[in-house]
Design a protein around this ligand. Structure first.
Ligand code: MG
Length: 267
């Protein structure tokens, strides 16, 4: 029995020492463009381990949780006052206000450049208004670039202003809206614009959006700062800025907001 075990061990060791090291990479392979790494280079840094959430909506281990249903602490009003949206039932809702919309938008305290953002929203179950006045809100990335939030379930409006549009620029590839009252998701991958020292755009911003898991913006170039009835143009800004959740006078709710800051990918 002992002899058999030793023999087994010997075979195992023999196998281990003779296992091809090439399993973990090669250095006798061609160089990749950029001149830094061989094809299958064993010295190439490995991506960090991240534990995903149990569902694609649940934050992975390296995410910054901005809102988990219990506190508005990660947000302020645009003018820096404590966030005052209605916090109830694990969600935050644009409160009813008298006066013009926009006064009560919230902005993150933290600043973001390239990022992956997960956010869930719910249009009011009690439908009111038409076109842009039905469930309007928005995720205004860097305070500049709005991914529209709107009740676009059986609600016609201009195409570049419906849910998941890059506002005033690109309609979504499809309308993946759920009906009002149902929770919906946006998964947004954003690449910030780059400016030279004179403020000229040397690389525009890009955005990818999945609406309820459906691709609606595919690495879409952004034209500039979005605005109503205006051709978007860029205004030079910092490399990282807060994003805004728009108060457009509709009682839109949000929940489960998390962000992963993205480092520039190694080449
Ligand atoms: Mg909006």
């Amino acid at each position: 029995m002992m002899r058999l075990s030793l023999m087994t061990l010997g075979i195992s060791l023999l196998f281990a020492t003779q296992a091809p090291a090439g399993d973990l990479g090669f250095t006798d392979t061609p160089m990749l463009p950029g001149g830094k790494w061989h094809v299958h280079d064993p010295a190439r840094p490995h991506p960090p381990l991240v534990t995903p959430g149990k569902t694609a909506s649940e934050a992975p281990s390296d995410a910054i949780i901005l809102f988990n249903g219990t506190s508005l602490d990660a947000f302020t009003t645009i003018d820096g006052k404590p966030a005052d949206w209605t916090l109830a039932d694990g969600s935050m809702t644009v409160p009813h206000r008298d006066g013009p919309h926009g006064d009560g938008s919230l902005t993150t305290k933290d600043a973001f450049g390239d990022m992956q953002l997960h956010i869930e929203f719910r249009e009011p179950a009690a439908v009111s208004g038409t076109s842009q006045n039905r469930g309007n809100s928005g995720v205004i990335i860097m305070g500049q670039y709005e991914v529209q939030v709107l009740d676009s379930y059986d609600n016609l409006t201009y195409a570049d202003g419906q849910a998941s549009a890059v506002y005033a620029w690109k309609p979504p590839l499809v309308n993946a809206s759920r009906k009002p009252g149902d929770w919906q998701t946006y998964d947004i991958i954003f690449e910030r614009p780059h400016f030279d020292s004179a403020g000229k755009v040397i690389r525009p911003a890009y955005v990818t959006v999945l609406h309820n898991g459906v691709l609606t913006q595919n690495h879409q170039e952004i034209l500039g700062k979005t605005d109503w009835k205006t051709l978007a143009t860029y205004h030079p800004h910092a490399n990282a800025l807060p994003f805004t959740l728009q108060d457009h006078g509709s009682a839109v709710s949000y929940r489960n907001i998390w962000v992963r800051k993205l480092a520039a990918q190694e080449e």
